[in-house]
Design a protein around this ligand. Sequence first.
Ligand SMILES: [Zn+2]
Length: 240
Amino acid sequence: MPAPLNGEEIPLARRRQPPQPPRPSLLGRLLRLLLVTGLVTGTLLLLMAGPLRRWLTPAPVAGLNARLSADGRLLGHFPYPELPQGQLVAISSDLRLQPAAAQALLAMQQAARADGVDLVVLSAFRSIALQRQLFFDVKAERNQSARDRARVSAPPGFSEHSTGFAVDLGDARQPATNLSIRFDDTPAYQWLAAHAHRFHYQLSFPAGNAQGVSYEPWHWRFEGSTEALRLFEPAQRLAR
Ligand SMILES: [Zn+2]
């Protein structure tokens, strides 16, 4: 029966410990710790930068408890600047548009009339101040939450109407359908659906649109200039 092994019986060559790497100095260990901590903190800050900035910046519309989404939208609506009033032209006694949009609109109305359709303009350029009234006053009147109100109206600073490139259209022979989804049942809407692209007008909020805004068959925007295309590019990109 072999005797139990002890240290003495292990051959000398095997008793040696494998060579140990030199222990890093205290300074080396400290530097490595700092490097790792820096890398982790840096990565975390980079990941948090977007959300942090969004949470630290004040709400973009006073009185509205809502934040911007990552693509800059507020309650579904993209931000739009207000066109300086001097760049607008009158299309009637109380309605104004960008010149290119106005010219195309008049040509479109004329072409529609030739086909027996009477397109009426219900709204055109709206200042941010007017949009503020429309959003908040009507919201209060109807006892709507901001989210519910935003489904049918853009918050101030986020309306296509402020660009001078958007209009609300109706059928002059069926005023009861004005600003109602029943407008899509009128000859005016059918005509627009068939011909508006010829005049560079585009339905902004079709049924089931990616922005989550209610279906607005009456709301059309002009996309017949470089400036208009540039302004509406984010909305187009989302819709693709
Ligand atoms: Zn509109």
